[in-house]
Design a protein around this ligand. Structure first.
Ligand SMILES: NC(=O)C1=CN([C@@H]2O[C@H](COP(=O)(O)OP(=O)(O)OC[C@H]3O[C@@H](n4cnc5c(N)ncnc54)[C@H](O)[C@@H]3O)[C@@H](O)[C@H]2O)C=CC1
Ligand SMILES: CC(C)CC(=O)C(=O)O
Ligand SMILES: [Mg+2]
Length: 339
């Protein structure tokens, strides 16, 4: 197995190191290539992501990424829109898969959480993140900034079909989350696509929530969700909320998947580079470690993925309320795997 590793910036470097230790304890002999992408390289060379980087990354079976972005040294958007999103687009990562599960005993701010186990299927190549916008009269009182959401029938249908497939394989419920009462053009396309595909999945119950109401239910009644399908921006926002209710942002994993299998998929924590805690050894590496589990499952190594998840479940269940140490969590998971 050939794995590309992009530790990136801030805590990305710290949590990726623990994720790699876990991978090594479980699957020996993985051929790893580390890529220097992120703030350090940008500050040194002015480069964010080159065509040569993309071509080289394509030769791997999968990519493991920590986090990208260093708001203290690089202006907002340079790396996010110059490196991370272009990579997801270049590798056609149209399914941004973000599972949320409340493991027994793990910390949740909810008083009566019930069972929380849902998956957000976030469209990953379109929406408001394509860079389709502009600004005029910048810095003047007449300044205007626009970002236009791009939604194609092709792009929406393929992610909706993926979400229906996942719902069928799970508890059989799909919830479209959008804002069709206001965003009638994009929302109309999403709703019609779901309605038109639904008859092929007659065994799947279809539901709809406006994004604002979905944030209510995620806190008051998260057990109502099984598979959520939504666009790039809504999916980004709602999955940070989902992480917060299921044990914290440090525990939420994701996969950026090219469901056609043409390009390597990329696995990464939901969180960012967390400059506020970077370098202090207190980032929770669980999200990065569970991203390894997602990757292994994607690559057909379900038994290994199960072992990682079981080790994480045991660790989360045995934690107290005290602070987390990055290396301690890694040590406990590696030990549980017999490493
Ligand atoms: N996929 C990626 O590479 C992402 C990159 N970013 C970038 O990261 C930078 C920081 O963004 P923020 O909005 O601050 O989001 P963030 O996710 O980095 O941090 C938000 C809050 O969560 C905490 N946190 C995050 N990960 C944690 C972990 N593993 N353990 C414990 N606490 C954790 C942070 O300390 C902070 O209080 C920005 O440059 C942003 O663009 C943000 C999200 C995703
Ligand atoms: C640059 C952003 C799109 C990263 C992010 O917040 C995410 O993918 O969740
Ligand atoms: Mg995000």
């Amino acid at each position: 197995m050939k794995l590309a590793v992009i530790p990136g910036d801030g805590i990305g470097v710290e949590v990726t190191a623990e994720a790699i230790r876990v991978l090594d304890a479980l699957v020996p002999g993985v051929e790893k290539t580390e890529y220097d992408l992120g703030a350090r390289r940008y500050l040194r060379t002015g480069e964010t992501l080159t065509d040569a980087d993309v071509e080289s990354l394509k030769s791997h079976d999968a990519i493991l990424l920590g986090a990208i972005g260093d708001p203290r040294s690089v202006p907002a958007g340079v790396l996010e829109r110059g490196m991370l999103l272009p990579l997801r687009f270049a590798l056609d990562h149209h399914v941004n898969l973000r599972p949320s599960r409340l493991y027994p005993g793990s910390a949740t701010p909810l008083k009566n959480p019930g069972e929380i186990d849902f998956v957000v299927v976030r469209e990953g190549t379109e929406g408001l993140y394509t860079g389709n916008g502009g600004a005029i009269r910048v810095g003047t009182p007449q300044e205007i900034g626009t970002e236009t959401s791009v939604n194609t029938r092709f792009g929406v249908e393929r992610v909706v079909r993926d979400a229906f497939d996942r719902a069928r394989a799970r508890r059989g419920k799909l919830t479209l989350v959008h804002k069709t009462n206001v965003l009638v053009n994009a929302g109309g396309l999403w709703q019609r696509t779901v309605d038109e595909v639904a008859p092929e999945f007659a065994d799947v119950e279809v539901d709809y929530c406006h994004i604002d109401a979905a944030t209510i239910y995620m806190v008051t009644e998260p057990s109502r969700f099984d598979v959520i399908v939504t666009d790039n921006l809504f999916g980004d926002i709602i999955t940070d909320l989902a992480a917060a209710v299921t044990g914290g942002i440090g525990t939420a994993a994701s996969g950026n998947i090219d469901a056609s299998g043409t390009n390597p998929s990329m696995f990464e924590p939901v969180h960012g580079s967390a400059p506020d805690i970077a370098g202090q050894g207190k980032a929770d590496p669980t999200a990065a470690i569970l991203s390894v589990a997602l990757m292994l499952r994607h690559l057909g190594k379900a038994a290994e993925a199960d072992r990682v998840e079981a080790a994480v479940e045991a660790d989360l269940g045995s934690r107290g309320d005290g602070p987390v140490s990055t290396s301690e969590v890694g040590n406990r998971i590696v030990a549980a795997l017999g490493g």
